[in-house]
Design a protein. Structure first.
Length: 637
């Protein structure tokens, strides 16, 4: 039965990807065909699918509709659009050259039909809803390295560190360098392939540390631009800053400050100007008990905790420690609710201090479950809230992860909250996983400290403009080396390059992952992105793309004569092969990225040995079944 379900799970994803990704191409070509018939041009063939003709289906208005051997996409044969003075059919029948206006209409119709399809699908998902991250107008720094490894010299990102200054180690190079002073030289021994290599490496200063950022700082904007979707949106804005100066707007001890610097290339993110620090969205409450101090203070499920008095809250553990330090005295609490910051005054927590006595529990939820692992076999599902483990109150995901790894395979019990119901899982054992010589006990689940994704209803225009903005900003970053010289703008080492883009292979992998993690809603959201992006990219005035044919037509309408067909044909041919080479180039990097993802993506975060966590929380802190304000119950209502 499990095998049958697995086969069905794989089959529907394959069908979805092949049909809808192919349909984005099909509808593009269909638009070309309808426009050509409207303008009175000769349409020789319309193929459903690619490759050689497998079957002639029918003829309509002189067009042969055929079925290709490759059930993906399609194409239309329009001989009058060829750059020649005497276009011909396959039967060598001469045709009139296409005039500028019909050529422009036909060229524009392909992208236009992609946009129409995108708006149609976006309108459907507007009503159905798309998964979005919960609103979060800030994020909290969890670590800021003091120094960085020098990957520009001998050290490689794929090296496994086996010795540091002659002492054996199982840590990673960036973990060790993070605490060292910049500019210090150390001896590293790394395992590269089947052999060990020893060399000296000098640490380099992290510009983020030198600019003054520290663990616990709360980021509220970047370059003066505020964000609404937490760390995910912030990191995107950070990368879109490109190779130019970044100003991180943050709050520490209740006071705002700015940290400005030029980012370095981050080898962990393929050399992009991505952050070296780690951050996360504010921790959210999973529920509040009725008639508790938390409820009386006005707290609700989904509220994000930002500050206790003037102290930023990193996570559940730090929040509880701050309550214990206050010792029952009243305090103020800054929270975020639906993106709006609210200050609650005069709150207190009765002794003995615990989350249970305060009357709240955190939103430590399961974001994904790996098939076949212990968590999947025990019935843990995506969206489940973890309330306690072996009777210990759960505060954040790090505590749960370390506790599971520290059990070393011994049985444990986990208490879950699923759609308002308490579920007890007993005799649950972690499975030992070995990766590249490192091992740990895992359940095969990933956890999130924030509220689970919520159903958003962005209107079609908002979806379209967001994709246009992202595409424009990406293209701007690609050309930043040229524009920075023209404008004289200061630029660092980090920049977006062609190899950072994704081709068909990368898009298909992304679709597979999205369907696995977010289901059909996530899949349709990605199809909207693909069809809008296909339209935008095809409208660029680059030879061999539709935008160039439109540009040529406009030039011919202005000068009132045809451009030299030999020149046009040569230009289109050159750029066609350049684009083909670009596709192969991008596909190579897509393949290498996917290979690294499978080989190295999960190594980090699987420490070889972790001591058993001893959180020390109240073991009688299991939330009561009457915690009626959980987010799951809100969604049901």
């Amino acid at each position: 039965m499990d095998i049958f379900i697995s086969i069905l799970s794989v089959t529907w994803r394959v069908i979805f990807i092949v049909f809808f990704f192919g349909f984005c191409i099909f509808i593009h070509e269909f638009g070309h065909m309808l426009a050509a018939l409207w303008q009175g041009l000769y349409v020789e063939r319309f193929s459903i699918g690619l490759g050689p003709v497998m079957w002639k289906l029918f003829s309509w208005r002189g067009v042969d509709f055929v079925l290709g051997w490759i059930p993906f996409g399609g194409y239309v044969a329009l001989p009058q659009l060829d750059a020649t003075d005497s276009p011909k059919t396959m039967q060598e029948k001469k045709l009139e050259p296409c005039k500028p206006w019909p050529r422009a209409v036909v060229a524009f119709a392909g992208p236009f039909f992609n946009i129409l399809f995108g708006f149609f699908l976006a309108a459907v998902m507007w009503g159905v809803g798309l998964w979005e991250n919960p609103k979060a107008s800030s994020c909290i720094l969890t670590s800021v390295p003091k120094s960085l490894p020098d990957y520009d010299k001998e050290l490689r990102i794929t090296d496994k560190l086996v010795a540091f200054d002659g002492e054996p180690t199982e840590l990673f190079a960036d973990e060790i360098c993070a605490e060292l002073e910049p500019g210090t030289t150390h001896s590293l021994t790394v395992r590269r392939g089947d052999s060990d290599v020893t060399f000296d490496m000098t640490t380099i200063a992290n510009p983020e540390w030198e600019a003054g950022l520290r663990r616990g700082d709360r980021i509220v904007a970047i370059n003066g631009k505020h964000f609404t979707k937490g760390y995910e949106e912030f990191s995107m804005e950070y990368v879109f800053s490109g190779a130019y100066k970044v100003t991180v707007n943050a709050i520490r001890d209740g006071k705002p400050f700015d940290a400005s610097y030029i980012p370095l290339r981050n080898p962990l993110m393929e050399g992009l100007g991505a952050p070296f620090f780690t951050a996360k969205s504010p921790i959210a409450l999973g529920g509040v008990h009725p008639d508790s101090p938390a409820a009386k203070a006005g707290l609700k499920a989904g509220d994000q905790l930002l500050q206790v008095n003037e102290t930023n809250i990193l996570g559940g553990k730090e929040f509880l420690e701050e309550l214990e330090r206050l010792g029952g005295t009243s305090f103020s609490l800054l929270i975020a609710r639906n993106g709006e910051e609210i200050s609650l005054e005069g709150i207190s927590c009765p002794a003995p201090v615990s989350l249970h006595s305060f009357g709240a529990f955190f939103s430590v939820s399961v974001s994904s479950v790996i098939s076949g692992m212990p968590g999947d076999k025990a019935g843990i599902k995506r969206g489940d809230r973890i309330l306690s483990i072996d009777g210990i109150e759960v505060l954040d995901s790090t505590q749960v992860t370390e506790y599971i790894r520290g059990t070393e395979g011994k049985p444990m019990s986990i208490t879950l909250l699923r759609k308002g119901k308490i579920i007890e899982l007993k005799e649950l054992c972690g499975e030992k996983v070995d990766i590249d010589g490192s091992s740990a006990y895992l359940l095969g689940i990933t956890l999130s400290n924030t509220a689970p994704k919520v159903l958003g209803h962005p209107n079609p225009w908002r979806q379209f403009t967001r994709i246009v903005s992202q595409t424009w900003r990406t293209l701007s970053l690609l050309f930043s080396p040229i524009t920075s010289r023209i404008t004289g703008r200061e630029r660092g080492q980090a920049t977006v390059k062609v190899e950072h883009m994704s081709g068909a292979l990368g898009i298909l992998t992304m679709m597979w992952y999205t369907l696995s993690s977010e289901g059909l809603r996530g899949g349709f959201g990605l199809i909207i992105l693909i069809t809008f992006s296909l339209a935008i990219m095809n409208l660029l005035p680059i030879p061999a793309l539709d935008g160039c044919y439109i540009l040529f037509s406009i030039i011919e309408l202005i000068i009132r004569r045809r451009l030299p067909y030999k020149f046009v044909n040569a230009l289109v041919s050159i750029f066609f092969y350049l684009l083909l080479a670009l596709i192969v180039y991008i596909t190579f990097f897509d393949g290498r990225r996917i290979f690294r993802l499978f080989k190295f993506g999960s190594i980090k975060g699987v420490p070889p040995k972790i001591e058993k966590a001893t959180p020390g929380q109240d073991k009688n802190s299991l939330p009561a079944p009457k915690a009626e304000q959980s987010l799951e119950q809100k969604e049901e209502k």
